[in-house]
Ligand binder design. Structure first.
Ligand code: PEP
Length: 252
């Protein structure tokens, strides 16, 4: 069956030494008390990837970048390519996070390049989608998310689509402490899975891990993860505290 995944997104937090200490702590807690069914991913800053990959047990904890360059290599000062990411030992790349879409103007066209490069390098994209508060209040969130998917990962071949993890993150729930209710999250994830059925078929939909993200915490993870279409979480704030993160890893 499809994977249960809990992926931390550290964002622009932790110095290198703090990040290594956090990764070591998570690695130890997962080894001692972690649910063996959960795929655990740490989304660290680029500067930490190699060091974090070196201190975790790759059989239990995977490492992810939070972005990648839209070009394979060359004269793009300050960019980090997927080949560079792969060379650190990281195996996932978070793409299309709402903060990147909003603050760095990432469009569907840019994301399509990043998804293609990530897949070509053999890394797994965690592809984020989700609506802003005005869209939720207008009741048009389903159409909005459908368009985000149709312009990007729904254009992939069935084979490539099968390698994608999706994270639904309503923007109004990210870092706000205002989580989507388990019913709101379930409704959207069931809607997304239905779209996958229509586009790629039942088997592809049944195999696709779809995560919820947005103020997920030890207090609400169990309720969220008990929903039939929620296969785990993309975790921001709570991923910076090893015990909280472990509690979410164990919330299935
Ligand atoms: C995120 O940024 O992916 C996220 C879900 O953040 P938080 O858990 O802090 O809301």
């Amino acid at each position: 069956m499809r994977k249960k995944i809990v992926a931390g997104n550290w964002k622009c937090n932790t110095t290198l030494s703090e990040g290594i200490a956090l990764a070591k702590q998570v690695n130890q807690l997962v080894a001692e008390r972690g649910n063996k069914e959960t795929v655990v991913v740490l989304g660290t800053p680029f500067t930490h990837l190699a060091s974090v990959a070196a201190v975790v047990d790759p059989a239990r904890v995977s490492v992810s970048a939070q972005n990648c360059a839209a070009e394979p290599k060359g004269a793009f000062t300050g960019e980090v390519s997927v080949a560079m990411i792969q060379s650190t030992g990281a195996t996932y790349v978070i793409l299309g996070h709402s903060e990147r879409r909003e603050y760095y103007h990432e469009t569907s066209a840019i994301l399509n390049k990043k998804v293609a490069l990530t897949l070509a390098q053999g890394l797994t994209p965690i592809y984020c989608c989700g609506e802003a508060l005005e869209i939720r209040e207008a009741g048009t969130q389903n159409a909005f998310v459908q368009q985000q998917l149709e312009e990007t990962i729904f254009l992939l071949s069935p084979e490539d689509f099968g390698k994608i993890v999706i994270a639904y993150e309503p923007i109004w729930a990210i870092g706000t402490g205002r989580t989507a209710s388990s019913q709101q999250a379930q409704e959207m994830l069931a809607f997304i899975r239905g779209l996958i059925v229509a586009k790629f078929g039942e088997a592809a939909a049944a195999a696709c891990s779809i995560l919820y993200g947005g103020s997920c915490s030890p207090a609400n993870a169990q309720e969220l993860f008990s929903q039939p279409d929620i296969d785990g979480g993309l975790i921001g704030g709570a991923s910076l505290k090893a015990e909280d993160f472990l509690a979410i890893v164990n919330a299935f």
